[in-house]
Design a protein around this ligand. Structure first.
Ligand code: ATP
Length: 289
């Protein structure tokens, strides 16, 4: 039996860090939405009681450090499964980029193994398991558009944004999420108006969405990697409606409503960044398994 799962990237329309908790995690409020840049996960049932991860990407580990492996191990232990799986990852999402590539792979493995091993858990249960793997995994189990609170694992579905183009540009540097959080001074950083973003989505108001994109982590990553600001400027100059860094970066995204401007923005970044993608917002949730 072979199951294919799409593992889409996410962008943060807003990301607020409220405070550091006593357990060491940060309390966050993030409005996230999936885009149609996706890894492709192939799950093949094997009778041997073994988890095998295969990927041609030189940027991700093929062993127990891979989040896809950790997701499979957790499913196996939690549901006492005695069968095995071979997981092939076609990596299309840039790694350590603020696009939750690893978390989305893990979420796709949870959804896929639910079918391959015939577990019949619902998405809420899978999202709960996902939270044990990483803060963004619960969101990625559902996909679509949502508010994520707590350390990222408390998910409330939101209406999808009105359709628009998204240009993603990643400079050649990778960013460690942990380092960015360590360097953040919550009291001095900029904070988004999350309520206003939610209202903008509810009203399907593209201008208000653009006016409220904001990321508390952006200042930290920009100080470490000034390229982030240069990319933002280039996108603005080429006619983007809104520009923001996603997650802990360094990927920057532009929201663009007019078809004519998308190619102009892409061209202005193509020689400057090694990875530039034109994608669409997916907006809606995964269909339940
Ligand atoms: P987030 O936006 O959730 O902070 P990110 O996009 O910044 O995530 P990832 O691409 O998920 O970062 O990778 C972060 C780290 O996880 C990398 O150092 C990578 O080696 C490791 N990793 C483990 N498994 C995977 C995987 N399947 N895909 C990508 N990275 C993985």
């Amino acid at each position: 039996m072979v199951v294919l799962e799409k593992a889409p990237a996410k962008i943060n329309l807003s990301l607020d860090v409220l405070h550091k908790r006593t357990d060491g995690f940060h309390e966050v409020e993030m409005v996230m939405t999936t885009v149609d840049l996706a890894d492709r996960i192939e799950l093949k049932l094997i009778e041997r009681n073994q988890i095998k991860v295969v990927s041609e990407s030189r940027f991700v580990p093929n062993d127990e450090r891979n989040l896809a492996y950790r997701a499979a191990k957790l499913m196996k232990e939690h549901f006492s499964i005695k069968k095995g799986v071979r997981i092939f990852i076609e990596k299309n999402i840039p790694v350590a980029a603020g696009l939750a590539g690893g978390s989305s792979d893990a979420a796709a493995v949870l959804r896929g193994l639910n079918k391959v091993w015939e577990i019949h858990a619902d998405l809420d249960e899978l999202a709960e398991l996902g939270a044990r793997i990483g803060s963004d995994v619960s969101f990625c189990v559902y996909g679509g558009t949502a508010l994520a609170r707590g350390r990222g694992e408390k998910i409330t579905a939101l209406p999808s944004p009105p359709p628009c183009w998204v240009v993603l540009a990643k400079p050649s540097v990778g960013v460690s999420t942990q380092t960015v959080y360590q360097k953040l001074n919550v009291n001095k950083a900029e904070h988004p108006d999350t309520e206003a973003m939610i209202k903008a989505l509810e009203n399907k108001n593209f201008e208000a969405i653009c006016a409220n994109v904001s990321n508390t982590l952006e200042g930290v990553t920009t100080r470490l990697h000034p390229e982030v600001n240069q990319i933002k400027e280039k996108m603005r100059d080429a006619g983007a409606d809104a520009v923001l860094m996603s997650g802990s970066g360094p990927t920057v995204f532009a929201l663009v409503s007019q078809d004519a401007r998308v190619q102009r923005i892409y061209n202005s970044l193509k020689g400057f960044c090694p990875e530039v993608h034109i994608v669409r917002m997916l907006g809606n949730r995964e269909t339940p398994c």
